[in-house]
Ligand binder design. Structure first.
Ligand SMILES: O=P(O)(O)OC[C@@H](O)[C@@H](O)c1c[nH]c2ccccc12
Length: 277
């Protein structure tokens, strides 16, 4: 069984327990009563291709299957506030419990603390989680192409849009990009970490980003260690970078985000001068 299969099995079990406590119909009512979703597509620069702004999606990430505990996050709300102050466009909050140490309680704490769009970062395998995300005030959900067949990918993306949210549709291969584009994904992530083996290969980004249509927001996911990595992703076609470990391990995440944004903008401007924008 791959790491991804193993995580998905645990996620499915945990969500059934939550569904027994709050049945789908009740979760739907909560979702319908929630404040409307913020426009994460716009916050990520979608629809405005001429802008030389590199967006940072800053992640609240306690641990990971590949590295174990990353940081002692005693107050996710204050971490998220420093992300917001540093200029993050979107904040991602891991809610997967078993391997990433996340929770919906972390998500709620962050939602109460910041005003920018929030990504509920989890392994979406059931429509219940999409209603649940909206009920908790999420603006974006994660749809991992490798974990979904085409029917579910399409259904989940359509439901996400119906609820006024956006999806970060995550890919790792050229075939997965084709599938993401075919269902109408507007925000496409290339995760340079293979979720089946957990190996990171930053060169995956450049080889895939160019095949994503210009109308979509392109997000480089994983493996950002420093501003130089951000610059590389931006010069290879990223509109945004999703960063976890480098921010939770850093003692001044706001300054780090500001630096990443600056370096990314310079790389995008240089790219345009060279006629690739
Ligand atoms: O900590 P990093 O290397 O900056 O990575 C962040 C993010 O890309 C990573 O957490 C991630 C990307 N896709 C995921 C899917 C599920 C869980 C986590 C992820």
């Amino acid at each position: 069984m791959s790491v991804l299969d193993d995580i998905v099995a645990g996620v499915a079990e945990d969500l059934e327990a939550r569904r027994r406590t709050v049945p789908l119909e009740q979760m739907r009512q909560r979702a319908r009563a929630a404040a409307p979703a913020l426009d994460a597509f716009a916050a990520l620069g979608g629809g405005d291709a001429r802008e030389d702004t590199l967006r940072v999606i800053a992640e609240v990430k306690r641990s990971s299957p590949s590295k174990g505990a990353l940081a002692e996050i005693t107050d996710p709300a204050s971490l998220a506030s420093s992300y917001e102050n540093g200029g993050a466009a979107v904040i991602s909050v891991l809610t997967e419990e078993r391997r990433f140490g996340g929770s919906l309680a972390d998500f709620d704490a962050v939602r109460a603390a910041v005003d920018i769009p929030l990504l509920r970062k989890d392994f979406t395998v059931d429509e219940y989680q999409i209603w649940e995300a909206r009920a908790h005030g999420a603006d974006l959900v994660l749809l991992i192409v490798a974990a979904l067949d085409d029917t579910r990918l399409q259904d989940f993306l359509d439901l996400t849009h119906e609820l006024g949210m956006n999806a970060l549709v995550e890919t790792h291969t050229a075939e997965e990009i084709d599938r993401a584009v075919a269902v109408g994904a507007k925000i496409i992530g290339v995760n340079v970490r293979n979720l089946k083996t957990l190996d990171v290969d930053r060169s995956v980004f450049a080889s895939l980003a160019s095949s994503i249509p210009a109308s979509a927001v392109v997000v480089a996911e994983s493996g950002v260690r420093d501003a130089a990595d951000v610059g590389h992703y931006a010069s290879e076609g990223a509109n945004a970078v999703l960063v976890g470990e480098a921010l939770v391990r850093h003692n001044d995440p706001a300054a780090t985000i500001a630096e990443f944004t600056r370096t990314g903008a310079q790389a995008l401007a240089a790219r345009r001068v060279h006629g690739k924008g």
